[in-house]
Design a protein around this ligand. Structure first.
Ligand SMILES: [Zn+2]
Ligand SMILES: [Zn+2]
Length: 368
């Protein structure tokens, strides 16, 4: 195989075994697109997969989600490098456009796809986890298969902002699920890379008080800068008592759970007022315990789940282009492809906010 037909990629072989390899460069078949990857974010789920969570690798009783070896990465965007037959017309794109595909590759045949709820597609195939069908974007080039949902990105967005559209879309969907009314007391529980996007999107619905709960001072400072009226450090203050204090003792109208912590779910049930709404967003490694009585008998709550970012990519693109949402300041470290291990270490440390890999920045490295 000659050099022009290969590319450099990060391939998942197993927990703690992601290799920097040379692999065949993808070729765009009918309805497919090949992009030159601009930037790729490392997601909390990538960290869980890297560290061997049973959801991804199985637990001895059931198989895991990963079908490898597979190129990792689902938070990516890039410039159209080649177009298969019919894909320019299908997606309304041309060579050189900056584009993004939604993270899910819907099967188009299951009951959810047929009902229009493509984000709940039964096989749930996400880029970066399924060999040959959903190869990821942590590489110089990436294949967008014919069932991808491709969006053209406003040219005002940078490479980094473009890669951030995936987590931003997830944040937008979760906040939209909350149906915030002007004047509501809204709590975003968790100020990670997605919580800080939720906060900015929630602000647009003119809540009465917008509260951010977290544990890391640097992230809480950023939450204040990005629009939180009140920030609560859960290591220094009881967040339930604090939220009650800001709401005449009742609790918040809406709480969005984005902490990723095993204690998060019970805390948000205590923090929300009677007849309030809770949006369940975060994915939690451990099994969690909640007091079920709070949901029905005591508070008559509305609990809504939130999965992926359906129908939110165009909104996300517009919000970043208009300057209504700032994602650039949430990116705290960039690494070239060959330093993937360092990038993963940075993501695992939790010291920064969002770590990204930029395949085109070979030889340059380090924190922003
Ligand atoms: Zn993700
Ligand atoms: Zn489906």
């Amino acid at each position: 195989m000659n050099d022009t037909a290969t590319m450099r990629a990060i391939v998942t072989h197993g927990p703690h075994d992601y290799r920097f390899e040379r692999v065949p460069k993808p070729i765009a078949g009918p309805g497919e697109v090949v992009i030159q990857t601009g930037a790729v974010g490392i997601c909390g789920s990538d960290v869980k997969c890297f560290t061997g969570a049973s959801l991804f690798w199985g637990d001895g009783n059931s198989g895991g989600y990963v079908e490898g070896p597979v190129i990792t990465g689902h938070e990516f965007a890039g410039v159209v490098e080649s177009l298969g037959e019919g894909s320019a017309e299908k997606f309304g794109i041309e060579l050189g456009d900056n584009v993004i595909a939604e993270q899910i590759l819907p099967c188009g045949m299951c009951r959810y796809c047929l009902e229009g709820s493509y984000w709940m597609c039964e096989p749930n195939e996400i880029f970066g986890f399924k060999r040959g069908r959903a190869e990821g974007g942590m590489a110089e080039f990436a294949l967008l298969p014919s069932n991808a949902l491709v969006h053209k990105i406003d040219p005002r967005l940078s490479e980094i902002e473009s890669a951030y559209l995936e987590p931003l879309s997830c944040a937008i969907h979760a906040v939209d699920r909350a149906e915030i009314m002007p004047g509501d007391i809204v709590v975003i529980a968790g100020v990670g890379s997605i919580g800080l996007c939720m906060l900015q999107w929630a602000k647009q619905f003119r809540p009465g008080i917008l509260v951010a709960v977290g544990t890391r001072p640097n992230r809480l400072d950023l939450a204040s800068a990005l629009g939180a009226d009140i920030v609560i450090n859960a290591r220094e203050q009881d967040p339930v008592a604090a939220v009650r204090g800001y709401s005449s003792g009742y609790g918040a109208d809406i709480v969005i759970e984005a902490s990723g912590s095993a204690d998060g779910p019970q805390q948000v049930l205590e923090m929300v007022r009677k007849m309030g709404t809770v949006v369940a967003f975060s994915s939690i490694k451990e099994r969690t315990r909640i007091d079920w009585n709070l949901v029905g008998d005591q508070k008559e709550l509305t609990i809504r789940g939130s999965h992926l970012g359906p129908c939110c990519y165009p909104k996300a693109i517009k919000a970043v282009a208009d300057g209504r949402i700032d994602v650039a300041s949430l990116v705290t470290a960039l690494y070239p492809l060959e330093d993937f291990d360092l990038a993963m270490q940075a993501a695992m440390s939790g010291n920064g906010i969002k770590t990204m890999v930029v395949p085109g920045m070979e030889g340059r490295r380090g924190e922003i």
